[in-house]
Write a protein that binds this ligand. Sequence first.
Ligand code: ATR
Length: 274
Amino acid sequence: MKLFALIGCPVHHSLSPIMHNDAFQALGIDAHYHAFHVEPHMLKEAVQGLKALQCAGLNVTIPHKTAVMEYVDELDETAKQMGAVNTIVNENGKWIGYNTDGEGFVRALCEQMDVELSGARILLVGAGGAARGIYFTLLKHRVAAVDVCNRTVKKAEAFVAQQSSVYSLEEAEERVGEYDIIINTTSVGMYPHVDATPLSLRHVKKDTIVSDIIYNPLMTKWLQEAKEKGARVQNGVGMFVYQGALAFEKWTGIFPNTKRMEQLVIQQLGGKTC
Ligand code: ATR
């Protein structure tokens, strides 16, 4: 039986084990996925231990996504550009680091919302690791614009390309009506702070796509506000499922059934998606 692992801190609430083990079972693959709690000061030892155990593949989550880059044998270009690894593949003893977060978000957006990215004007809220991954993936899709707004404007200025505009949250709130797609990449509104919203949507256009990478709660206050304004909304379950599905494909060569994964995740979260 092959071993696959998640390393992070904390990991006890992770839905990845349930999602991946179900996919292994459904496809008749003799493998098991286990989540390991790894404290930051033990990261090197944990990676060495998993290498010694011939672990076949890994997911890496907060807070190890950047630090783990030092311990892989090779980095793929996307992971390098994002400065973070969320997936490792063991190729005959050689550990290769990838990042499926940005592509996971974009695949979920295109497939679940049936959206055409070419020519779209997009606003990203936030400038952390998640924003960077999504930003660079969107740039590959011939979009008309990807602008970024953040509480700390300097953090956005540090990574955006010349063609993008950077705004403070207040400036962006006035420009919300100029965008076709608005994406929250911050943790604002995540459980337990469910009454917080990252950006006022009072100027949002009807039929704008408003997407939140948060999936707990499934319907954030921000998405609820967007829906009331006539926007089409998407929560973070899609990104979670697709980043996992893309990792699964890298490990096994098989792209799993994302509908099945999505249903399982929503069931675990105890609700309906939007
Ligand atoms: P991740 O890597 O998961 O994206 P991160 O690097 O900590 O996490 O980034 C978190 C993002 O959420 C940042 O854009 C952060 O804004 P700052 O750059 O100004 O810190 C944003 N964020 C977190 N809490 C916030 C809050 N209360 N109000 C506004 N933005 C917030």
